[in-house]
Ligand binder design. Structure first.
Ligand code: MLC
Ligand code: AMP
Length: 507
């Protein structure tokens, strides 16, 4: 169990751990934004404004859920820390979600308020009004400090992240302040985060990779974060060439895109970019399998051995190749400090030796508390206190290798975990669609790409272009099926159940 000296000695009335630490980083640059540097002191004063706005009459939000829709940057951090400090549960919304997805998260989490900017307000106003969720814009917060703040103890709920899985609707993963601290500290320790580190942030901030591994670890260490509104290969490479970063973290799709981008640069620029990558102390890949070919291609291009690690929203990071030592292409290394991990076979027996596949199960202080308002799903997710990840792995020569997932209904595309059932449920709301089946197809860039086989209702007419346009209104862009096939019937087994492997064959 990882407990820092601070958390052991923590007294009631203290601020959340990451906020406490920020005070010690004072005048250092926390965020380098396009319009200037934001220091840790400035972040703290913006955090106080948010807390004061959320606590006009009371001194503790008592774990009320507060949603926020904000671009990556200091405002996002101030909202997250301001909610935490006020005793609320931070519930980030995805900037690329469709209104019905925001509506689902706001309703499911029973959000008490939503924080956004004046610019973004219009995009969510109708959704919030329909649900009666008040909107707070950062521009309207006053430069006040909160009159009184609650005691943030480690077992209080801190954050809900929505994850798509084997159910037709996403589940809210609740992490406590203690869980978040453990998830951060294991990476600070294993990957040797330092105050003089600098890292770009171009991953979305509604998932752990961006929130914990990049943003929270960097701010815990007193390092500098450079946010990008979204991933932009040219913009990132320009800063890499300038030697701006010491640490870099991305999903495999981004490394595939960067290889393309670097290889098409003029010779004169390519050398500086490769030098920029070569000079970094750490480059990490995760959230989806890194093909060994990409590991090798990246090393030939930049001289960097990517450190591949494995994690999940419910547990933070669990397995990592070593900081010092062999980083084996295709493998995800060993359990991180403080993480207990075992493989379990189909009969529920723990696998002791090597070369025998089993489900990864995890225990430890970083493992989430519960699925929000879903006691049965929470109970099913654990066996004897171990969290069942649903990922199958094998241990070979001392390192774990991920073999796949136990469910065919989970798709990993561009590092996003998508639920085939959730996309099917959305498609079935189209009046022309009678039946459908969604599968993931292997893809060199995206890992998997979403494909849908669709059976139309009698006499209904629908073409791929119209359906795609409709999907874009209903779901996040990364969930929209990239391949569509209109069929007369879906392949089914003797029980009448759609056979997903046969659906894949159709493509
Ligand atoms: C977008 N496109 C896709 C797609 N996403 N096509 C297939 N599959 C997908 N998943 C299409 C768009 O429709 C568009 O097409 C074109 O690609 C460019 O879209 P874009 O949005 O501009 O793409 P880009 O910004 O380049 O996005 C790629 C990306 C993004 C890799 C930056 O997908 C991303 O941020 N992924 C990271 C997700 C993440 O953080 N996961 C971590 C989860 S936590 P057109 O035709 O419109 O041009 C977790 C735990 C752990 O997993 O272990 O970390
Ligand atoms: P999420 O639920 O979005 O947090 O995604 C977590 C899932 O991503 C895990 O359950 C794995 O299936 C997958 N994943 C994360 N890292 C890796 C990796 N290095 N290799 C293979 N799969 C990974």
């Amino acid at each position: 169990m990882i407990v820092s000296s601070e958390s052991k000695d923590r007294q009631p009335g203290e601020r959340p751990p990451v906020v406490q630490r920020a005070a010690a980083h004072g005048a250092r640059t926390a965020m380098l934004e396009p319009d200037g540097a934001v220091t840790y002191d400035e972040l703290l004063s913006r955090t106080d404004r948010v807390s004061a706005a959320l606590l006009p009459e009371q001194s503790d939000l008592q774990e009320a859920r507060v949603a926020y829709l904000l671009p990556p940057g200091a405002d996002y951090v101030a909202a997250q820390w301001g909610i935490w400090q006020a005793g609320g549960v931070a519930t980030p919304l995805s900037l690329s979600a469709a209104p019905r997805e925001w509506q689902y998260v706001l309703a499911d989490s029973q959000a008490s308020a939503l924080i956004t900017t004046a610019d973004l307000r219009e995009r969510v106003a109708a959704t919030c009004n329909a649900l009666g969720v008040p909107i707070v814009t950062l521009e309207e917060t006053a430069p006040h400090s909160p009159a009184a703040l609650p005691s943030i103890m480690p077992d209080r709920r801190a954050m809900i992240l929505y994850t798509s899985g084997t159910t037709s609707q996403p589940k809210g993963v609740v992490s406590t302040h203690g869980n978040i601290q453990a998830q951060i500290e294991t990476l600070i320790d294993a990957w040797k985060w330092q105050a003089d580190d600098a890292i770009p942030l171009f991953l979305p901030l509604h998932h752990v990779h961006g929130i914990i591994n990049i943003m929270s670890c960097a701010l815990w260490a007193g390092a500098r974060v450079e946010p990008f509104p979204k991933f932009d290969a040219a913009g990132v490479l320009q800063r890499v060439a300038a030697g701006a970063y010491s640490v870099f973290m991305a999903v495999p799709t981004i490394y595939v895109k960067l290889i393309d981008a670097v290889e098409t640069l003029p010779e004169s620029q390519r050398a500086a970019v490769c030098e920029g990558f070569r000079g970094m102390r750490l480059m990490v890949s995760g959230s989806a399998a890194l093909p060994a070919t990409i590991h090798v291609a990246w090393s030939e291009l930049t001289g960097q051995q990517l450190l591949e690690r494995y994690g999940m929203t419910e547990i933070g990071m669990a397995l990592s190749n070593p900081y010092d030592g062999e980083r084996r292409p295709g493998a995800v290394g060993q359990p991180l400090p403080g993480v207990e991990l075992r493989l379990v076979d189909e009969q529920g027996r723990t696998i002791d030796g090597e070369n025998q596949p089993g489900e990864i199960q995890v225990r430890g202080p970083g493992v989430f508390a519960e699925y929000w308002n879903r006691p049965e799903a929470t109970a099913e997710a654990f066996v004897d206190g171990w969290f069942r990840t649903g990922d199958i792995a094998v241990r070979e020569r001392g390192a774990y290798r991920i073999l796949g997932r136990s469910s065919v209904d989970i798709i990993k595309s561009g590092g996003y975990k998508l639920s085939a059932l959730e996309i099917e449920t959305a498609l079935l709301e189209h009046p022309a669609i009678a039946q459908c089946a969604v599968v993931g197809l292997p893809d060199d860039t995206w890992g998997e790409t979403v494909a849908a086989a669709v059976v139309l209702r009698d006499s209904a007419a629908l073409d791929a272009e119209t359906l795609t346009a409709w999907c874009r209104e209903q779901m996040s862009s990364y969930k929209v099926p990239q391949r569509l096939l209109f069929v007369d019937s879906l392949p089914r087994n003797a029980m009448g159940k759609v056979t997903k492997p046969a659906v894949r064959e159709l493509f």
